[in-house]
Design a protein around this ligand. Sequence first.
Ligand code: SF4
Length: 105
Amino acid sequence: MKLKRIQPKIMGVPVSIETAKSLTAASKDIFMRRFVPKDVKKIRMDICKQCPSWSERFNRCTECGCQMKVKAALTSSECPLKKWGRHLHVRDTRIDTSEHKETTE
Ligand code: SF4
């Protein structure tokens, strides 16, 4: 029989390597001012508010222990249950052809 592993928590935040990694990523986002657009934050918050792991009382996810008003605003944030993911800024690499002249040569 395999015993279920108990994950330690401090003030509702799991203590793990993943927690340390996500806190580091969140700190970088805040330092670099990498925030998602308002509509992306709203979509994330709407998903969270429908989730059984959402704590309305503390505005917190009970899976990761994060304050969601902050976490939902950062680009590298992702849901621990994969209900929403990172927001990547994709550079527009389309070539501007407006100045190209049509030639028949
Ligand atoms: S981050 Fe994910 S698990 Fe946590 S409340 Fe939001 S949707 Fe639920």
